[in-house]
Design a protein around this ligand. Structure first.
Ligand code: ATP
Ligand code: MG
Length: 348
């Protein structure tokens, strides 16, 4: 209900204020963290393991529950923790046939500066583009991880460094966008002449919330942060507008956030957007805008393909491969001989 709507205004009373949107799923306030996880990012786990890129991002006004959804709180882990524990469980199941290497990086974009949340010191990092046009963060600390406990430990440490301050709207307001990057490299354990390495990258992003200075009553540094947050979210909204209207020139370079999200919005990525809205009429404008952008994002198309590189083997590995094949052939011949009731001899 629009709180500013005047029911006595005869001219406007008949105008329809209803809007319908079509989303993949909508959650009520009774939804648990696991309900949200299962219907949003659970499906991405097996894709990342198979070498596809995926992105999950939480969007919405300040105080609407983005950090709660992505990070959660003690006893109620959010999407980041639930996804990673599923990821490790799936890799464990495939241990016999595949070898994995998992690395993670955690960064925040604070006042248009990219900061390392896992490095020895919170340095400011640069964004640049690689030969394929993908955005890379130079100097970002990538830590190899072996189980979900290790990941949780790193996440907790990273979160302590993240910029979070109380405002009039949210006691624990995120003043930065936090980006968790998990890279999974998968290689078959079966020896082959040409080994394939699949690399899937999963981004999980807790955006800072859009805010109106009047609501947050922010002054000084909080106000400056708010301006940066709004500017990068506006850049994101502009990219979404251009992409959804079929525009050719998308201005990703307007902010660090959009440069990082470029692939998630139009490139090689399976992308899930979780829009957060408040049912309070005091949040009418914010909820309306959030729904509008979520609806536009729903129409965006990405082009996904698995990231596979073939690695030529070293001569010694060819020899090992031939050796393993020869043993296998002899074994099979032995079985065939026993089954057929006659002996055979082969020379290799
Ligand atoms: N579904 C929920 N169940 C229980 N508590 C919740 C839920 N959603 C949000 N909260 C609580 O509401 C408060 C505000 O939520 P949160 O910090 O996640 O908002 P936010 O969208 O991240 O805001 P900001 O943009 O300012 O960072 C927090 O104390 C959080 O724990
Ligand atoms: Mg937050």
């Amino acid at each position: 209900m629009d709180p500013n709507r005047d029911s006595d205004d005869i001219l406007r009373a008949k105008r329809s204020h209803d809007h319908s949107y079509m989303f993949d799923v909508a959650f009520s306030q009774r939804a648990t963290q696991r309900d949200v996880y299962q219907r949003t990012s659970q499906g991405l786990v097996s894709k990342v393991i198979r070498g596809y890129n995926a992105t999950v991002f939480a969007y919405g006004p300040t105080g609407a529950g983005k950090t709660y959804t992505m990070l959660g709180k003690t006893g109620e882990p959010g999407i980041m923790a639930l996804t990673l524990s599923d990821l490790f469980a799936k890799m464990e199941q495939n241990q016999a046939t595949s070898r994995y290497r998992v690395t993670m990086a955690y960064l925040e974009i604070y006042n248009e500066m990219v900061r390392n949340l896992l490095g020895p010191s919170v340095g400011i990092l640069d964004l640049r583009e690689d030969a394929h046009g993908a955005t890379v963060v130079s100097g970002l600390t990538e830590v190899e991880v072996h189980d979900s406990d290790e990941v949780m430990d790193l996440l907790t440490r990273g979160n302590l460094r993240r910029t979070c301050e109380p405002t009039a709207v949210n006691k624990t307001s995120s003043r930065s966008h936090a980006v968790l990057k998990v890279t999974v490299e998968q290689q078959s354990r079966v020896l082959n002449m040409c080994q394939k390495i699949r690399t899937g990258v999963l981004f999980m992003i807790d955006l800072a919330g859009s805010e109106r200075a009047a609501n947050t009553r922010n002054r000084g540094l909080r106000m400056k942060e708010g301006a940066h947050i709004n500017r990068s979210l506006l850049a994101l909204a502009n990219c979404i507008n251009t992409l959804s209207s079929g525009g050719q020139y998308v201005n990703y370079r307007d902010s660090k956030l959009t440069r990082l999200l470029k692939d998630a919005l139009s490139g090689n990525s399976f992308t899930v957007m979780i829009a957060h809205i408040s049912p309070a009429s005091s949040c009418y404008e914010e909820s309306k805008n959030t729904l509008k952008y979520a609806d536009r994002v729903k129409h965006l198309k990405t082009k996904v393909s698995s990231n596979v590189v073939e690695v030529d083997q070293h001569v010694s590995e060819y020899q090992a491969c031939m050796e393993s094949m020869r043993t296998r052939i002899l074994e099979l011949e032995g079985h065939a001989g026993v089954a057929g009731g006659r002996g055979r001899q082969s020379v290799y």
